[in-house]
Design a protein around this ligand. Structure first.
Ligand code: NAP
Ligand code: HSE
Length: 431
């Protein structure tokens, strides 16, 4: 059936016209007629808020540009707001205002959602409109809708994946092409993968925000960025990558959220050693992949582009269409109450670990080091030694141990006179 006759016009106020907003304008222009034919909705951009209105924006008439985001929310012809400008503090008030005015909001802003998700979901429920966030996690992968809808009845135990395109791109470039960290990061920025402040990517905070959103939806309890143990990739060197490769592992930045039998939620983002035979080890470039484990579904895997204007805009557009259809029919989908999750601290994590250190190459040193591991109850699974003149680089992989025991081991090792430097500690993912 064609909907071309008497379409419903939905006016869009677009906040931000950079990598994602600009790609949305392009995509909407290309897909407008087909969307109208399939849904009966005529999507029109009414106002576009940017910082600098003097910069030409391809596909946007200059009279639509405003530098006050409120003007793009409050305009009488704006029915729905798309937030692709980023930021937390000022943006919170803007999104709140739009929802309060009964205008659905589509956002790609994980930092905002991970800090203030419950407040915004409540505002959407009060306003009786949608707060749609598909693009906020893993960019071009449809993951939020499966979590909110298809899996809402599922007993999910764990979600684990590569949640940041920039860092996966950097690690892939370093692993496969021997690229330097700084050059790979500059490429990721030029390709539109990185956040406005790329320390959010390389420091693990962007992935932590996504992990918080995933945990909130998967477990139906509020998890914020500050609940997520967060480590980035800034300490990973080309040497670590080469050493990991020799041992049969790839280094990946992972986000892992779990709910234990006691109901407590553990959420963490850190680089990890992933066996080369594990599907996550083969996820390259800006791609992301997410595993969901549940009692009924067993295992699901989602894979796709984790960053970039067009993949992200595709998810924003899907949300816009969905929210517009709901607006036309006077319905909305809310996520329900989100009590704070009971968080399990990282100290209680049980994992295998990789530890590299430099020590004096003398009789008795290895025995002293092994004794420290043993005294802390950390069992060594394998050890490799490489000579470095009068020193040796020792690389250990442990059996499962608790994080607190491993950290205590590292502390004791630092106190040994023969140990010159603790190089790297990484959690090891089992095959
Ligand atoms: P971006 O390229 O820096 O674009 C931001 C846009 O917002 C720019 O047009 C900027 O105006 C405008 N803007 C910022 N602050 C403003 C203010 N106070 N008033 C008016 N306009 C303002 O950023 P982006 O990469 O598109 O990211 C936007 C959002 O999408 C962020 O929340 C990000 O986390 C999220 N996201 C990004 C990606 C990605 O791959 N890039 C993927 C998923 C989600 P000017 O152009 O005048 O500076
Ligand atoms: N900077 C983010 C990333 C964009 O690299 O994954 C997608 O959320």
């Amino acid at each position: 059936m064609s909907h071309d006759l008497n379409p419903t016009t939905i006016g869009i106020g677009l906040l931000g016209c950079g990598t994602v907003g600009g790609s949305l304008v392009e995509l909407l222009d290309a897909r407008h007629d087909e969307i109208q034919r399939r849904t009966g909705i005529d999507l029109r951009i009414v106002r576009v808020a940017v910082r600098d209105t003097s910069t030409p924006r391809p596909g946007v008439a200059s009279e639509l540009l405003v530098d006050d985001p409120r003007a793009a929310i409050d305009h009488v012809d704006v029915d729905l707001v798309v937030e692709t400008m980023g930021g937390i503090d000022g943006t919170l008030e803007l999104v709140d205002a739009a929802l309060g005015a009964g205008k659905p909001v589509v956002t790609a802003n994980k930092a905002l959602l991970a800090a203030h998700g419950p407040r915004l979901h409540e505002a959407a429920a009060r306003g009786g409109v949608d707060l749609a966030l598909e693009a906020s996690v893993a960019a071009g992968i449809p993951l939020i809708r499966p979590l909110r809808e298809s899996l809402v009845g599922e007993d999910i135990s764990r979600v684990m994946g590569i949640l940041n395109g920039t860092t996966n791109y950097i690690l892939s470039q370093m692993t496969e092409h021997g690229a330097g960290y700084a050059d790979a990061l500059a490429d990721a920025q030029a390709l539109g993968y990185a956040e406005a402040d790329p320390t959010a990517d390389v420091g693990g905070h962007d992935a932590a925000a996504k992990a918080a959103i995933i945990a909130t939806l998967a477990f139906g309890a509020s998890v914020t960025s500050s609940d997520v143990h967060t480590e980035g990739i800034t300490t990973i060197t080309s040497e670590d990558i080469a050493l990991a490769g020799r041992l049969g592992y790839a280094i990946k930045l992972l986000g892992i959220v779990e709910r234990g039998a006691d109901g407590r939620v553990a959420a963490r983002v850190h680089p990890a050693m992933v066996p080369e035979t594990h599907p996550l080890a083969t996820v390259r470039d800006s791609f992301n992949a997410v595993f969901v484990e549940g009692a009924g579904v067993d295992q699901l895997m989602f894979y796709g582009r984790g960053a970039g204007g067009h993949p992200t805009a595709a998810m924003v557009l899907g949300d816009v269409i969905d929210a517009a259809i709901n607006l036309r029919s006077g319905t909305a989908r809310s996520v329900g109450p989100l009590p704070p999750a009971d968080i399990r601290p990282i100290d209680e994590l049980s994992s295998a670990y990789y530890v590299s250190l430099d020590a004096r190459d003398e009789p008795g040193v290895l025995a002293a080091i092994a004794q420290v591991f043993g005294e802390r109850g950390v069992s060594i699974r394998s050890m490799e030694q490489e000579g470095l003149g009068d020193q040796a680089r020792l690389v250990f992989i442990t059996h499962q141990a608790t994080e607190s025991d491993l950290q205590a081991t590292l502390e004791d090792l630092r106190g040994l006179d023969a140990v010159k430097n603790i190089g790297q500690m990484l959690r090891v993912i089992e095959a």
